[in-house]
Design a protein around this ligand. Structure first.
Ligand code: NAP
Length: 275
């Protein structure tokens, strides 16, 4: 039997690194998808040293549709299965920035890039029995507001971040519905506040907020636990379309459940990636 394969985006640091390391320890062949190959090589070396497992590294910048297409093509040429896709790569941007394709960076990476990468890897997920997709979202998504008149050119900062995380939760629910008869489970995760590199930036706001975010934050390894649970738990413990926190499903609020805006956002994303 070929080895089970797990793809982890943003696997070079923080929650993604801890997730990749544990999956490697659990005998998955891990493909670390990172934008910076030097950082990825250093992290891969640590994983191999600590687990004895070989890993693969592939390059993708989720702020570039061309880079995501290039990665997915390489992946599908190299592998014919995908057991677990962990969409972990993400950022918080405390200044206005854009992706290569001209979209607000936070929404562009956390949602649009993740959306495109997932769609492009679906052929491998569909070929693999009982595959799973785990989107590392955030509790912030429950408070997100998305202006559907210009969802991909919205604000940066916390408003952009929470909007992008709501979009990830909506994507999780929509994709779970779409794939429910195809044997792929799709869930999201709120990993909890973690002491990672995500809270970076030089704005006054970030300087004030960062110590608060890091105070009593959990370790990245602790934050990785729920995503690992959702990826690895026995089938009878996991359904689909849910968001988990501390390894339990969170009850959705009305914002997460709103059907019309969710459908509209998914259609807009689909229109964009189809060009
Ligand atoms: N830490 C928390 O408190 C917290 C709370 C809720 C949710 N989350 C979510 O957890 C996930 C992991 O974050 P983390 O806390 O572990 O932070 P992190 O250490 O900064 O890790 C983020 C990862 O995403 C990668 N990434 C960022 N932009 C990318 C791009 N354009 N293309 C490809 N990769 C990119 C980073 O690569 P580089 O190293 O090259 O920058 C890094 O590997 C994120 O989705 C985040 O929103 C975190």
């Amino acid at each position: 039997m070929p080895p089970k394969i797990a793809v982890v985006t943003g696997a070079n640091s923080g929650i993604g690194f801890e997730t990749a390391k544990e999956l490697a320890a659990q005998d998955y062949y891990v493909v670390m998808v990172c934008r910076n190959l030097n950082k990825a090589a250093r992290s891969a070396q640590i994983i191999t040293q600590q687990t004895g497992a070989a890993v693969d590294i592939m390059q993708a910048d989720l702020a570039s549709f061309a880079s995501i297409h290039n990665f997915a093509q390489n992946y599908l040429n190299r592998y014919d299965r995908l057991d677990i896709l962990i969409n972990n790569a993400g950022l918080y941007s405390d200044s206005p920035q854009q992706t290569e394709d001209g979209y607000e960076l936070t929404m562009g990476v956390n949602f649009l890039g993740t959306y495109l990468l997932t769609r492009l890897l679906l052929p491998a997920l569909l070929k693999t029995e009982k595959s799973r997709i785990v989107n590392i979202a955030s509790r912030a998504g429950f408070y997100g507001k998305i202006n559907l008149a210009k969802p991909f050119h919205g604000p940066h900062g916390f408003r952009g971040y929470s909007a992008s995380k709501l979009a990830q939760i909506w994507f999780t629910i929509s994709l779970a519905e779409e794939l429910k008869d195809k044997g792929i489970l799709v869930n999201a995760v709120s990993p909890g506040r973690g002491a990672t590199n995500i809270w970076r930036g030089e704005s006054l706001m970030m300087k004030i907020v960062r110590p608060f975010m890091l105070r009593s934050a959990q370790s990245a390894a602790e934050c990785a636990k729920t995503g690992l649970y959702v990826a690895l738990a026995p089938e009878d413990e996991i359904t689909t379309g849910l968001t988990f926190e501390k390894s339990k499903p969170l009850p959705y609020n009305q914002r997460c459940l709103d059907y019309q805006p969710r459908q509209q956002l998914m259609q807009l994303a689909q229109d964009i990636i189809q060009g």
